[in-house]
Design a protein around this ligand. Sequence first.
Ligand SMILES: [Zn+2]
Length: 297
Amino acid sequence: MKWGIDLGGTKIEGIIIDSAENNTVIARRRIPTEGDRGYHHVLLQIKKLIAALSKESGLLPQKIGIGTPGSIFPPTGHLKNCNSQHLNDKPLLVDLQNLLQVPVAMANDANCFALAETQMGIVPDILPDAKVVFGVIMGTGVGGGLVVNGQIINGANGIGGEWGHNFLDDSGGSCYCGKMGCVETVISGPALEKYYLQISGHLKLLKDIVKDVKADPYAKETVARLIHYFGLGVSTIINTIDPDIIVLGGGVGNIDLLYTKGIEEAKKFVFNPECATKIVKPKLGDSAGVFGAAFLN
Ligand SMILES: [Zn+2]
């Protein structure tokens, strides 16, 4: 049995899956995070969720995987770069192991997404022999995860796969991470909506910008910006780690043009006349985080 917890900003989801039985879901629950009540309260919410899963299934965890926002700083095991501020600089891994009295494995949500799609999502469906998988969540922010031979690559700094904070273009402006022009400041959903507002003087949601691409010249320009910088950004992934497959999650990842014009744009910058890397939509939807957490075990 694999136990996974997906710790999000507004909800915490827990799952037990039977990996020996085709990843059948044994139990699954979600409760509110209530992060505004502080770090200690969030720990107790996780404990409460695990107790509920235990009661429902009649099982006790031997080990638990947990997906978190932000990343884990290896020397201290503390979380950093979380958009849920109550978690930053907290030793979540150690505190959870003490509270739950079981071993805990932890990874950020984008790594869990990449792992879940690799183990039981789109990757085994269309490229079962893939060795190198890059998963990206392009939504409110831009996160990434690198999986090689079925294992997450965390790296020396705990930032393996953090493509969202590669430098892309100065026009993105300052990023919450303290740097300038990160991928996230150019092609996240809010970044694209901000760009549209700057050039048009009007607010428009990204889904409407994409819908109006033919009729609205500002929408056309915003989508052209997305395609160009997506292609440029993705080419740096391909030139550096040359993955077999890139899986694009999140709201921005839903935009169909990325899989046609976006790929064509990336090819302009790839250090090869051809590009064999597949760029595809995910299969697991919102469930990827919690399944990926379970596969940390
Ligand atoms: Zn950044």
